[in-house]
Design a binder for this molecule. Structure first.
Ligand code: NAD
Length: 500
């Protein structure tokens, strides 16, 4: 898509026809690189929300009985259409989030990858057969579709996070009701257009439903007993509210919340690797990934070299229009995000931090700030580093050894992604051992940012404990049923009980 194409042109091109969105509040799409309005959609009203959930449930009755490999065919088609429209959708992601082009395209690639994974999975949804203690009995465990899944997503991965949920849910036999971030309305409308087309082609209208809106629609989903599972991706503060509301109706939730990710660099590390990984982790997506690198623990012997190299690397980062070739860092999402950046830098200075690079807001249209490196005093005296500020700020701590680094690393409330750079096998193994990193993701000589879809993705503690995407994350989208089949002519009871 030419960057300034509007949504309708894009929708026409993908043959989506007219989208049925809502008739509620206007959700404005603002380009964070310019501040310009670039389109709008309408949120759903409560009545429209209810109608969409009911239509999804109607579809569920039929969808759950289709063989899973047949459901996989729909997801394969979804992946194919995403391949076809990768450029357009990737650029739309850049226009709405401010991600650079390569990252916008990467996000769509992630959608394609999860579709491929889900298609394979559609022939591999498997249970267990367990040895029964009773003669001529079979004991087995099966996985059945769960129902309608509520999906609430954050602005920073406006399309990929939905696909992690929806591709798995669809092959598992569920239907999806998606509330995207109100900051990225066009991305969600474009994805829904693709979904509508795929669903029509497969006689499966209602499998993927969109319910645009803000916190009110999110709250409807949290409280809706028709949705046995809610997958929520967003901040810890909002996730806490969602989790409590879903739990109060005994629903299940998958929580993918904030991170505060740390990298440990030991004296024996390959500094070239570490510099590249930390720069991508700290600066990429303007520090607006849940896996962005925010804290660096560097051993004294290598600290001077590493910090000088990082400062030099940060100095080469071109900031600007995310769709311009050569630009590596775009804007923050909103003016409020810029204010949070400024407040964090001020707090860091107030707590004894020294800004070694960046720290300023750029004087130009759009929400641009400088990537920032702050040399921090001891971890326990620097409370600002305990918070996730969604901006490109890296706090650097010098440490004596791995034990001190691990204690400081694990001392925050969040537990998403972590990394160590070392050539020591012992140190690397300690880092990934039960006594090492307490995060859901722990990498060795690879940064905190940029996970592959094949592994389960998610984190511990205030990150919420949820797992999405690969491995056995699909099990969260299904209900487990244990069945005993007696094919004999007696009725022996378990535990040897005799009854009459
Ligand atoms: P946010 O919490 O402000 O919003 C997330 C979603 O929740 C949006 O759709 C929003 O409209 C909705 N919402 C707001 N109030 C609600 C309420 N009361 N009930 C239900 N829904 C409500 O987050 P954001 O600013 O869009 O995204 C950034 C945050 O998301 C960061 O903390 C980041 O770490 C986190 N995140 C986590 C992951 C992960 O996989 N762990 C991935 C991406 C983003």
């Amino acid at each position: 898509m030419a960057p300034r194409d509007d949504l309708n042109t894009f929708l026409d091109r993908i043959g989506a026809g007219r989208l049925e969105l809502g008739s509620g509040d206007v959700l404005e799409s603002i380009n964070p690189a310019t501040g310009a309005r670039q389109g709008r959609i309408r949120a759903v009203t409560r009545r429209e929300y209810d109608a969409r959930v009911n239509a999804a449930l109607e579809r569920f009755d039929e969808w759950r009985m289709r063989p899973a490999p047949k459901r996989g065919e729909l997801v394969r088609r979804l992946g194919d259409l995403l391949r076809e429209h990768k450029e357009s959708l990737g650029e739309l992601v850049s226009l709405e989030t401010g991600k650079i082009r390569a990252e916008g395209l990467g996000e769509v690639q992630e959608m394609i990858d999860i579709c491929d994974f889900a298609v394979g999975l559609s022939r591999q949804l498997h249970g267990l057969t367990i040895a029964s203690e009773r003669p001529r009995h079979r004991l087995m465990e099966q996985w059945h579709p769960l129902g309608a899944v509520g999906i609430v997503t954050a602005f920073n991965f406006p399309v990929a996070v939905w696909s992690w949920n929806a591709a798995l849910a669809a092959v598992c036999g569920d239907v999806c009701v998606w509330k995207p971030s109100p900051l990225t309305p066009l991305c969600s409308a474009a994805v829904q257009a693709v979904c509508d087309r795929v669903a029509r082609e497969h006689g499966a209208e209602g499998v993927f439903a969109l319910v645009p809106g803000g916190a009110d629609v999110g709250a409807w989903i949290s409280d809706d007993r028709r949705l046995p599972l809610v997958s929520f991706t967003g901040s810890t503060a909002v996730g806490r509210q969602v989790a409590a509301r879903v739990a109060s109706r005994l629903g299940r939730s998958i929580l993918e919340l904030g991170g505060n990710n740390g990298v440990i660099v030991l004296d024996d590390a390959d500094v070239d690797l570490a510099v590249r990984a930390i720069t991508f982790g700290g600066v990429g997506t303007a520090g607006q990934r849940c896996t962005s690198t925010r804290r660096l623990f560097v051993q004294r012997g290598v600290a001077g070299t590493l910090i000088d190299r990082l400062v030099a690397a940060y100095g080469t980062v071109r900031i600007g229009d995310p769709l311009e070739p050569g630009v590596l860092m775009g804007p923050l999402i909103t003016r409020a995000a810029v204010e949070r950046f400024t407040a964090a830098v001020t707090a860091a200075r107030g707590q004894g931090g020294e800004v070694r690079y960046g720290g300023r807001v750029l004087d130009r249209p759009g929400n641009f700030v400088e990537p920032t490196i702050v040399l921090a005093p001891r971890h326990e005296e620097f409370s600002i580093a305990a918070e996730e500020t969604f901006a490109p700020i890296l706090y650097v701590f010098e440490v004596a050894d791995l034990d001190e680094a691990l204690r400081a690393h694990n001392a925050v409330a969040q537990g998403l992604s972590s990394a160590i750079f070392t050539d020591s096998m012992r140190a690397a193994e300690q880092f990934v051992s039960p006594g090492g990193s307490d995060c859901g993701i722990a990498n060795v000589n690879a940064g905190t940012s940029g996970a592959e879809i094949g592994g389960a993705f998610g984190g511990e503690k205030d990150t919420g404990g949820g797992r999405e995407s690969g491995s056995d994350a699909w099990k969260a989208y299904m209900r487990r049923q244990t069945s005993t089949v007696n094919w004999g002519r007696d009725l022996p009871l378990a535990q040897g009980i005799q009854f009459a």
